[in-house]
Design a protein. Sequence first.
Length: 109
Amino acid sequence: MKHLKDYVVVNGQEYYVSTKNTFDVGFETMVFESQNKYVTSWIDCYYRHYNEEQDAIVGHRDVIDNLEKCLKEGKTQSWMRDTLLNPYDLDEYISGLLNLIEKEGNENE
């Protein structure tokens, strides 16, 4: 799928709407604040994930057509904001990784 990108103005604010197939989550639409077709903040204002390419194409158009509603609903759950508000317990995370590595190591013996 080619990278879909559009600029949309809602209530005087320009937004960059980007949909593409990403390496980490698959198909994704993200919205960022922009000005004069230049992104002014890479903190997402909204995002949506899809399982299929066709859903991503339709979803991109839906976000553009309903951007004001999407922004008002506040559906974004930026990983950055989530991490800042609910930081992971690093010790628990590392412990879980070590257990997983150990388990995989035992299975390969």
